[in-house]
Design a protein around this ligand. Structure first.
Ligand SMILES: Nc1ncnc2c1ncn2[C@@H]1O[C@H](COP(=O)(O)OP(=O)(O)OP(=O)(O)O)[C@@H](O)[C@H]1O
Ligand SMILES: [Mg+2]
Length: 281
């Protein structure tokens, strides 16, 4: 590939990744926030879309409920322009589309409406083409979508809008339970609305080196899923759990802790994969 081709490739549309697992509490939000921040720290322009009514990613990035003038709800239900909803965060290069508890009702409100599964995709495409009133135009290198713990219409909107999916798996006994249902949903999205969707990878998290079960689960997952599993494993680390209460990604809270190093390594692994994939084309 020539230098010009590489440069043109770099300029093309962003890579959009949905962080998905219908199981609750497996580390989706933690991964979305910290991977987004790590990619920003590597110089990428990143947008985090919080599509979970719980709004944990929005709170974790320091946007209190009261400070959310508009949210993903306005985009999905009222057709608001994404550029009017996206806000800057304290992390340089990282913007956020916040969520709100109203979103819980969105599922019912957009239930049978036309184009109900592709509303987020349309909003992102529109933002990329530069329409909208925000001064900071919407050209991101990466868009990360934090999904709710369900395979609802919200998650389907995320799958329709994404190039790939990251599945966090907690290193505990039931880690693989529900995975086949999740993979079926991804296949369904692929067949019906998004033929190019791929599984970016399965990511092991909350790994506890002192706990034998953690090691066994990790080995088991690697045996079953092989190369689909990221090399990087996120350890169970108290600093990771503490950081959201200081409204910061872990790298801004304690840059040298094991959790920060792991999320930086995950971002580097992802970037290396993408540059390999690009040069293979
Ligand atoms: N690597 C880690 N080490 C320690 N604690 C962690 C780690 N990752 C996540 N946690 C904690 O585990 C809990 C669940 O994590 P998180 O909110 O990211 O999961 P989730 O999948 O987004 O949950 P939900 O399904 O409710 O959206 C949180 O309290 C979080 O701080
Ligand atoms: Mg979450």
């Amino acid at each position: 590939m020539t230098r010009l081709e590489t440069a043109l490739n770099d300029m093309k549309t962003p890579h959009t990744i949905a962080i998905v697992n219908q199981k609750g509490g497996v580390g989706k939000t933690t991964t979305t926030i910290n991977l987004a921040a790590a990619l920003s720290m590597r110089g990428k322009k990143v947008l985090l879309v919080d599509i979970d009514p719980q709004g944990n990613a929005s709170t974790g990035l320091g946007i209190p409920r009261a400070g959310r003038e508009s949210s993903i709800y306005d985009i999905l239900v009222d057709g608001a322009n994404l550029m009017d909803v996206a806000i800057k965060t304290d992390v340089p290069g990282l913007m956020l589309v916040p969520s709100d508890i109203d979103l819980a009702a969105a599922e019912l409100e957009i239930g049978n409406a036309a184009g109900r599964t592709t509303r987020l995709r349309e909003a992102l495409t529109q933002a990329q083409t530069g329409e909208g009133t925000a001064t900071d135009t919407g050209r991101w290198d990466y868009i990360l979508i934090d999904c709710p713990p369900s395979l609802s219409i919200l998650t389907v909107n995320a799958l329709a809008a994404s190039d790939s999916v990251i599945v966090p798996l907690q290193c505990e006994f039931y880690a693989l339970e529900g995975l086949s249902q999740l993979l079926q949903t991804v296949e369904m999205a692929k067949a019906n609305i998004n033929p190019n969707l791929i599984i970016e990878g399965v990511m092991l998290t909350m790994f506890d080196g002192r706990n034998r079960l953690s090691g066994q689960v990790a080995a088991d997952v690697r045996k079953h899923l092989g190369r689909a599993v990221f090399d990087t494993v996120i350890p169970r680390n108290v600093r990771i759990a503490e950081a959201p209460s200081f409204a910061k990604p872990v790298m801004m809270y304690d840059p040298d802790c094991a959790g920060s190093l792991a999320y930086m390594a995950l971002a580097d692994e992802l970037l290396a994969r993408h540059s390999r994939r690009k040069s293979a084309h």
